[in-house]
Design a protein around this ligand. Sequence first.
Ligand code: AMP
Ligand code: MG
Length: 484
Amino acid sequence: MSTNAFKVEHRYLELPDSFYTRVKPTPLSEPKIVCFNHALAAQLGFHVQDEQDWAGIGAGAELLEGMDPVAMKYTGHQFGVYNPELGDGRGLLLWETVAPDGTRWDWHLKGAGTTPYSRFGDGRAVLRSSIREYLCSEAMHGLGIPTTRALFIISAKDPVRRESIETAAALMRVAQSHIRFGHFEFAAHHEGPDVLKTLLEHVITLHFPHLISLPEEQRHARWFEEVVERTARMIADWQAVGFCHGVMNSDNMSIIGDTFDYGPYAFLDDFDAGYICNHTDQGGRYAYNRQPQIGFANCQYLANALLPIMDEDAVRDGLSRYEHAYNQRFLSNMRGKLGLEETEESDLNLIMDTFSMLHEHRVDYTHFFRGISNLHLHGNAPVRDLFVDRSVADEWLERYEARLQKETRAHDEREHAMRQANPKYILRNYLAQQVILEAQNGDYTPMKELLKVLENPFDEQPDFEHYAATPPDWGKHLNISCSS
Ligand code: AMP
Ligand code: MG
């Protein structure tokens, strides 16, 4: 296979060797390509004639020249408790490539077998969870939210034991970086200030090059502010589309602000502010409405890790950026969703009251905002029909129409812009569940069709209207656990 279309590097190996262990993948048998992301491959700088050529690499049976697989070492806070034993327990960083446009991509094979950090795990991933991660990373990308990406999935014959016996699979995940908050926690709490500083400079050199030329103190301070701000904005974007991550442990927080590690995530169907998508999260630590706070808590863990090499005031200043960055992005997202261009003092009240109403009446979050993006096109009925008590909708619509009087934009122009902010198609859990069942029976076409729809979530797609439907009874509040 020719890979001369991109440059190969492995800058991660420049870090001190406590950050990784070289591990060869444990091959899976009779691998088949489930899905291959050709558009992404083109972005990385290569084209694929025969997808099946990549099956052996996905199965861990072959390596391309230049691949030097390592399991990364990191630690982190899981559900608020520090765990020093973490690291890539089933994923391997194979190499980094630099695309023709200069973008750097890490290739990470998830499900490649055990590593020194596997603890009690088998090092494997199942088809169900690999498809969930593939679907969601591409759905998030379609929505314009920073995320790791999915290049391809293989499935194999080997049985994997979870609650029942399942099909083994592996996902080739790519991202500009796989470095997590937890890498910094590992360096700070186990390796000492020199190693910590090396990690920090590595991250700045590769991912924050605009800061390189600043004097050290300023460089570090600006960098931390940026990480905090990116994290806050990412979470404000999640809230706006009704996304629940489910496992916001600090080892699942990307240092460059990508949505990272898709497990028991969910997009809200009917709006429930306290929705807990992770069946194992009994206390609701990672409930939808707690995500902004938890994002801050994770920045605090990162802040603590930086104290050995950064001035306490600089760290505190960096942390203080969170609230402002979050509020600003959240407000701008919600103003976009409501189509408000002018600024009125009462706008925040309108936004909060809208959330309260959606919560109290359990209205479908996506349909509501898409509905109000078409009020002048389709009338009030589609929005009213989302409410059991139509008078609640009427009262809200009256207030909203009054607020729109203050706008200067033409109705059709405003509604056009709103349709670019309020997706019609989101990755509802029942949709994922349906295509997973088909894939488990060997049919990957439904998954590919769903992916196609999610590529353009803001467009009307008349032939695929049914993908916008609310869940049938069996598909409401599906129990998704961490077991993947
Ligand atoms: P996650 O909840 O997927 O973010 O995983 C948390 C930690 O458990 C990470 O260090 C993973 O590498 C590890 N892990 C998850 N599943 C497995 C598995 N099947 N085998 C080995 N390690 C795993
Ligand atoms: Mg993880």
